[in-house]
Design a protein around this ligand. Structure first.
Ligand SMILES: *Cc1c(COP(=O)(O)O)cnc(C)c1O
Length: 420
């Protein structure tokens, strides 16, 4: 041991005297604003916080904790893998990496010739997809790429270029050129955009998550599939939030009442049950070879530890019947919420649930944001607001009916605490 204590362990040990809020503000960049709480432990759909409270977690780390907190199978798999082989670089491969790729291709019913690229996050999966679309744009001489208003694809520069929200983009000046935004579900605008035969690709979330669980219509998605196919454009589904069982299907596109199998699909959030991992699926031989040898890469992507987290997540969703559970428990929540007076609309796809509050039900400037605080402080429950009147739920896929009933009781009680 060196005698110079550069990280100041002696001093850090005394920092306990400060509040966690002070420690956070003095050491973490302010991009997220102040955290709501300091969380300490978790088990299933429950987390305990710095005050020792048990909170019902109906957000699941924003659709990430597909199996809840500390699922025994994830704990066991990661412990074993950490003892065996944690990281190998992409100059080598590992069994978990290949096995997870095979499982994803099977779950997606991908045709012969389909392949997977592993990344570490949703943004990075979308970066890879965008680079593939840029390769197609180069090869075809087309100039435009389409994405949708209210969509969200991430914060890295490529993913941000595909994200419409001005508050996210404008601070950074020029982003990647040639990307245009269309109004979601506007079929006439979509058809008009393809008239010039100049579109290289279309990016969309089949259900817009950050927009408050807003679905694209089946007919709109079917038309998008037809137009992209007939105009030699790539259809890219960002299923970072909707994938891995969230909507009660392995992937949302499989729940659409038409064959809308995309050319490219991105995944992340629920894939690793909390371990960072993202993936790009390329459907068929042509999509699979858009990015050639040396044209993309990553240090960590698909390492054995992250890949085993993914593998164990998919195995557990299957063996515990969690697609069915997500559909059943989600429908139970939605039907109960439909009878709640302050609730104007519920959009429910498995355990991906958007709730619009009736604007006349409260005098608060942002009833949804007020309700997040009331729910946590008075009713010990984590929920999420995506707008002033819109809430989003994305609890673990193994949420039980009893836990759903606890949520419903606490939610209706929280609504009564909103200022009239
Ligand atoms: C969260 C999200 C992303 C970004 O994922 P990160 O892991 O935060 O980079 C991209 N697309 C969608 C639809 C998302 O919900």
């Amino acid at each position: 041991m060196t005698d110079i204590d550069a990280v100041r362990l002696d001093k850090l040990d005394k920092l306990d005297e400060r509040s966690w809020q002070q420690r956070y503000q003095r050491s973490l960049m302010g991009v997220f604003g102040d955290p709501q709480e300091l969380l300490v432990t978790g088990r299933g759909a429950w987390v305990s916080d710095s005050q020792g409270r048990q909170l019902l977690d109906m957000l699941g780390g924003i659709a990430v904790n597909a199996l809840g907190h500390a699922h025994p199978r994830i704990v066991e798999a990661l412990t074993q893998q950490a003892q065996t082989l944690g990281h190998v670089s992409n100059l080598f491969t590992s069994v978990p990496q290949m096995r997870l790729a095979e499982m994803l291709l099977n779950a997606a019913e991908a045709p012969e010739g389909s392949t997977v690229f592993f990344a570490n996050s949703g943004s990075e999966a979308n970066e890879a997809a965008l680079k593939a679309v840029l390769r197609h744009r180069e090869a075809t001489g087309k100039s435009r790429i389409l994405a949708l208003e209210n969509g969200f694809h991430g914060r890295t520069l490529g993913a941000l270029s595909l994200t419409h929200k001005p508050a996210f983009r404008d601070p950074f000046g020029d982003l990647i050129g040639g990307i245009e935004f269309l109004a979601p579900n506007d079929t006439a605008a979509l058809e008009a955009a393809f008239e010039d035969d100049d579109v290289a690709g279309l990016f969309c979330e089949p259900i817009q998550g950050e927009a408050g669980v807003q679905p694209l219509d089946d007919a709109y998605l079917a038309r998008a599939r037809e137009l992209t196919r007939s105009h030699d454009a790539l259809l890219v589904f960002d299923e970072v939030q909707t994938g891995i069982g969230r909507t009660g299907q392995w992937f949302r596109f499989q729940g659409v009442d038409a064959d809308v199998t995309p050319d490219l699909m991105t995944l992340a959030k629920g894939l690793g049950s909390g371990v960072p991992i993202g993936a790009l699926l390329a459907f068929g031989q042509t999509a699979s070879t858009l990015l050639g040898a040396g044209q993309h890469g990553t240090t960590f992507g698909g390492n054995p530890l992250a890949a085993l987290a993914g593998q164990t997540t998919l195995e557990t969703i299957q063996s515990e019947g969690l697609l069915e559970n997500a559909r059943r428990v989600g429908a139970h929540i939605a039907s109960a919420l439909a009878g709640v007076e302050a609730v104007a609309e519920v959009r429910q796809y498995g355990l991906h649930i958007g709730i619009d509050l009736d604007p006349s039900s409260s005098s608060a400037a942002s009833p949804a944001k007020s309700l997040v605080t009331i729910a946590r402080e008075n009713h010990h429950m984590i929920i999420n607001a995506t707008g002033d009147h819109t809430l989003r739920l994305a609890p673990p896929l193994n949420l039980t009916t009893d836990e759903a009933d606890i949520f419903l009781a606490r939610f209706t009680a929280a609504l009564k605490d909103l200022p009239r």
